[in-house]
Write a protein that binds this ligand. Structure first.
Ligand SMILES: Cc1cc2nc3c(=O)[nH]c(=O)nc-3n(C[C@H](O)[C@H](O)[C@H](O)COP(=O)(O)OP(=O)(O)OC[C@H]3O[C@@H](n4cnc5c(N)ncnc54)[C@H](O)[C@@H]3O)c2cc1C
Ligand SMILES: NC(=O)c1ccc[n+]([C@@H]2O[C@H](COP(=O)([O-])OP(=O)(O)OC[C@H]3O[C@@H](n4cnc5c(N)ncnc54)[C@H](OP(=O)(O)O)[C@@H]3O)[C@@H](O)[C@H]2O)c1
Length: 484
């Protein structure tokens, strides 16, 4: 009993029972009401400060009893907004996340790696609910021969390099080659191609310097399916076609089985995208002095080939035919093969979530945390997930926002239904001293704002919005120096 009802409720229950002896069961609703009054705060721990973390927090704040602590692995917030989204694609979501972080009922604790610095179990004991919003931080693999050769990289790391993610800042991708192959027809592949062919000046300085000295002339974007199945979107393709000094090439033969009627019947966004691809296929005015971005369809990498130094030198491609099946368009290898030479090979075939604690069930096939409406399987009440960790690595920020709002609704509903089970929890007052005693340097949102200011100052000296600190030690140093 005592683990279910607080002292105040027990008192109310006894009083209620004594005063209304004629109705033995009348104390039951009183207890629920008393509990509602007595629980002053519902403590929620959110793991990850990307869009999912911040949008989930924003929606949970609707319940005035909710207090939120956001834990982030890096000393800096915002997840892929900082480390994924290309600097020339930034929107104003950071302002809205900052507003959320500055609310009285929200605290940010950076530089804390959940799973390593503190266990999930410790968090579950200290919070009424924990929401896993830690994204999808691992890249998918092709599982073909040669994937471990030198200069074969996941696009995830290449993106991390030009966006200043600490562990990839010294990646040094090999750019003294004229030919780069990128596998995958998603927006990440297009981001990488765009940066390789005409780098935005807003990327980190180390990457910009290397890219300015790059010898890359041709980027091959290789997709396993056809023009009607690409994952990238029209805005991003159009941007690629407008790069100065660069032509985007599509081969007319890739459209030989696609009739005007088929195109007309496509949903509008897909129709417009296909029309743009078709117009590129009909383009005759190619400039021999320009760099080239070549879109190749119906090709699967079979083997990555290395030279005697273990560096990638070419890729063997199999030509596919497309087969319409009940669950979509699939590929089947034909006997036709091709060899494409390259000095840098990027695989950009999607991301997957990892398990940061052995108790978190992960669907190995889909790379997401096993969950129903955000409720993690195997946990009755108290553990949730949201964002790419819950849905998989698909969709743009607005999609992550909508999904996070929905999951927050489910969590609030769960709080309502499990009201009598809610007891006061210590939240960060228990976790933070524990971390400090272990020597973990905790970075607050105030601290981040100091780093932010410093980065903006460094940027203004270089004529750009910000120059990111790319080293975790430098971030911490910036905080400590300001405090001295
Ligand atoms: C390269 C790239 C470019 C993109 N560009 C765009 C774009 O231009 N426009 C657009 O709308 N969408 C874009 N997206 C999609 C967008 O970034 C995602 O929809 C969104 O970031 C997913 O949010 P999330 O919070 O689930 O994950 P994330 O943004 O990855 O956030 C997860 C957070 O959890 C933290 N974390 C991870 N593990 C731990 C741990 N153990 N302890 C504590 N914290 C942890 C991470 O450091 C991170 O801060 C892009 C995606 C990529 C990969
Ligand atoms: N500017 C933006 O808005 C922006 C920028 C970057 C990312 N994003 C979003 O972030 C999400 C992730 O992007 P993403 O590009 O990583 O993933 P994605 O959109 O899922 O694209 C992955 C690509 O890899 C291919 N692929 C998967 N497995 C493969 C394999 N084994 N062999 C060969 N090809 C394979 C897929 O082909 P199949 O279709 O055949 O599976 C697809 O073309 C997307 O929703 C994207 O829109 C948005």
């Amino acid at each position: 009993m005592s683990s279910f009802f607080c002292k105040q409720c027990l008192k109310t229950m006894i009083n209620s029972f004594l005063s209304v002896r004629s109705n033995l069961f009348s104390y039951v609703p009183n207890v629920t009401l008393a509990c509602k009054r007595y629980i002053q705060t519902i403590k929620v721990g959110i793991i990850g400060s990307g869009p999912a973390g911040f949008y989930t927090a924003q929606a949970l704040l609707k319940d005035s009893r909710v207090l939120i602590d956001i834990y982030e692995k890096y000393p800096v917030p915002f997840g892929l907004i900082r480390f994924g989204v290309a600097p020339d694609h930034q929107s104003n979501v950071i302002n809205s996340f900052t507003n959320t972080a500055l609310q009285d009922r929200v605290s940010f604790y950076g530089n804390i790696n959940i799973g390593q610095d503190v266990t999930l179990n410790q968090l579950l004991k200290s919070y009424n609910a924990v929401v896993l919003c830690y994204g999808a931080t691992e890249d998918r693999k092709l599982n073909i021969e040669g994937e471990d050769l030198i200069n074969v990289l996941p696009a995830r790391r290449f993106v991390g390099w030009y966006n200043g993610i600490p562990q990839d800042s010294d990646l040094n991708p090999f750019l003294q080659t004229e030919d780069v192959v990128i596998i995958g027809h998603g927006n990440v592949a297009l981001d990488c191609a765009r940066i390789l062919l005409s780098p935005s000046t807003d990327i980190t300085n180390h990457a910009l310097t290397a890219l300015r000295e790059s010898k890359v002339k041709r980027v091959y974007l290789v997709g396993r399916r056809g023009p009607l199945q690409v994952s990238f979107t029209i805005k991003e393709l159009r941007e690629l076609t407008k790069l100065p000094g660069c032509d985007t090439i599509v081969f007319p033969e890739d459209f030989k089985n696609i009739t005007a009627e088929t195109i007309n019947e496509l949903p509008r966004p897909r129709k417009r995208l296909t029309e743009l691809l078709l117009s590129l296929a009909n383009e005759k005015n190619l400039n021999n002095n320009h760099k080239r971005c070549v879109l190749m369809f119906c090709r699967s990498p079979l083997q990555i080939v290395g030279d005697k130094h273990g560096k990638v030198s070419s890729v063997n491609l199999g030509v596919n035919r497309l087969i319409q099946q009940e669950d979509g368009v699939k590929t089947e290898l034909t006997d036709e093969k091709e060899i494409l030479k390259c000095g840098l090979f990027l695989r950009s075939i999607g991301y997957r979530a990892v398990s940061i604690d052995p108790s978190i069930p992960l669907n190995d096939k889909t790379g997401v945390i096993s969950n129903t409406n955000g409720k993690v399987h195997g946990f009755d009440f108290g553990l949730y997930c949201s964002g790419w960790a819950a849905t998989g690595a698909t969709g743009v920020i607005i999609g992550t926002m909508n999904a996070s709002f929905e999951i927050a609704e489910h969590i609030l509903k769960d709080f309502g239904q499990n009201e009598p089970l809610l007891v006061e929890k210590p939240g960060a007052t228990e976790i933070i001293p524990h971390l400090k005693s272990k020597g973990v340097k905790v970075v607050t949102f105030n601290d981040w704002q100091r780093i932010d200011e410093l980065e903006k100052n460094l940027g203004s000296q270089l004529g750009k919005p910000r120059e990111k600190l790319v080293n975790q030690k430098d971030m911490i140093k910036a905080v400590d120096e300001e405090k001295d």
